[in-house]
Design a protein around this ligand. Structure first.
Ligand code: NAD
Length: 396
């Protein structure tokens, strides 16, 4: 079949097998062209949420930058003869194929990371294949979680807290800047979001791995968060998602204590805004990101997802490196996004940006290209008019 992007709101329902492989290869090549990381502390790496966005980049940096064995967990849709897989399914295959060619261990377990069954499968795989894990990256972003203890289904909401929020946003496909009115979350919606995107599941994972005695001395775990600019605080940091992320901070301290006997550590890392399946769904963020990307590109400080994660590993996670922590003990990698020179400029543009001047003040084109690339479209060197088999990457 010939695969074209089919965009519905903030998701694309098709994914291009060859394009996804090219997107993964582009990131692998970037890492291979950067200085190698020390192997110590990155021998066996578990990535929860490994198939896209920050989790995929983390796995690529661990594997191709430090030569790590990687075990990944994701929740992706397999292809059929008539339908493409989800992008993450192709990304996993592409990563595994490339790793195998370089003699690197890379296995992916596709299933619900919130379930005990997947946890047990992961532990069994570690026992059989790796022995122990020395880094766990927690990079799940999900709209729903079934509580493994109660069986209750929790759905996350992306809403403000307290009162109705009137705020600027952009319709990414149409490029129209407008004001939206966002209803505040109910108490239930707020607590459900904490259940899905907070730290409870991260804690359950570490408890299970500890109990199974599959963590190495000095083990580290890192979970990703976003704080961002005051411009997005009303919908993010001060909204339901911020509440969930505050719970991640709580969990980080609880986990760090549990890891003390192993001389291990648990940290939340604050990362920059990028385009991912998860972030594209947040109102306001695409407009902020379009302005941010323009300013950071003009100032020469813009980082792609892979560059950002490589900096995290090289400067904050590598053994013996000097960590830059904030007053809450979080790793701050959002320093470039939050630099005064960047934020001042973005804040000046925010009140004056309109549909008409967005292409001048912002980088909506860059945002759109990053969005397409998530699904394997818009990559150089890929023939998008060629027939592809949705069941295969085309590189196997
Ligand atoms: P993403 O949508 O690109 O990736 C999410 C991953 O989670 C995928 O691998 C997906 O398969 C997996 N996943 C979802 N539900 C699952 C389930 N039930 N079981 C197993 N796997 C599941 O998301 P992302 O933007 O890379 O976000 C990852 C983390 O980084 C989140 O905690 C997010 O808050 C944080 N973060 C994102 C940004 C950003 O701008 N995108 C910025 C800072 C921090």
């Amino acid at each position: 079949m010939i695969v074209k992007p089919r965009i519905r709101g903030f998701i694309c329902t098709t994914a291009h097998p060859t394009g996804c492989a090219a997107h993964v290869a582009e990131q692998i090549d970037w890492v291979k062209g950067s200085p190698d990381l020390a192997k110590e502390g990155f021998k066996n790496v578990l990535v929860l949420g490994c198939s896209g966005g920050y989790g995929l980049s983390s796995r690529i940096v661990a594997a191709f930058g430090a030569g790590a064995n990687t075990l990944g967990v994701s929740f992706e849709k397999a292809p059929s003869e008539t339908k493409t897989a989800s992008a993450g399914w192709y990304n996993n295959k592409a990563l595994e194929t490339e790793a195998a060619q370089q003699g690197l261990y890379a296995k992916t377990i596709d299933g619900d990371a919130f379930s005990d069954a997947v946890r047990e499968e992961v532990i069994e795989t570690i026992r059989q294949d790796l022995g122990e894990i020395d880094l766990i990256v927690y990079s799940l972003a999900s709209p729903v979680r079934t509580n493994p203890v109660t069986g209750e289904v929790h759905r996350s909401s992306i809403k403000p807290l307290g009162e109705v929020l009137d705020i600027k946003t952009v319709h990414v496909e149409k490029g129209e800047v407008s004001n939206v009115s966002l209803e505040p979350a109910t108490q239930q919606e707020a607590s459900d979001t904490v259940k899905v995107m907070g730290g409870e599941d991260w804690e359950i994972w570490i408890d299970a791995l500890l109990e199974a005695e599959v963590l190495s001395p000095g083990v580290k775990t890192v979970a990703y968060t976003y704080i961002g600019s005051e411009l997005t605080w009303p919908i993010y940091w001060e909204g339901t998602l911020g509440l969930a992320k505050a719970d991640l901070d709580r969990a980080s301290q609880a986990i760090a204590e549990k890891l003390t006997p192993l001389e291990g550590d648990a940290r939340v890392a604050v990362l920059k805004a990028i385009v991912s399946q998860a972030s594209a769904a947040i109102p306001v963020v695409p407009l902020y990101a379009a302005l941010l990307f323009r300013v950071m590109k003009d100032q020469g400080t813009h980082e792609q997802c892979i560059e950002h994660i490589h900096r995290l590993f090289a400067t904050q996670l590598e053994a013996g490196c000097e960590m830059r922590l904030d007053e809450s003990g979080r790793i701050r990698l959002d320093d470039l996004e939050l630099a005064d020179a960047v934020q001042q400029e973005v804040k000046e543009r925010w009140p004056v940006v309109t549909t008409e001047n967005l292409s001048e003040l912002g980088d909506l084109a860059g945002f759109r290209l990053d969005f397409l690339k998530i699904f394997g479209f818009g990559l150089e060197g890929v023939d998008y008019d060629a027939e592809v088999d949705p069941m295969r990457l085309g590189t196997e």
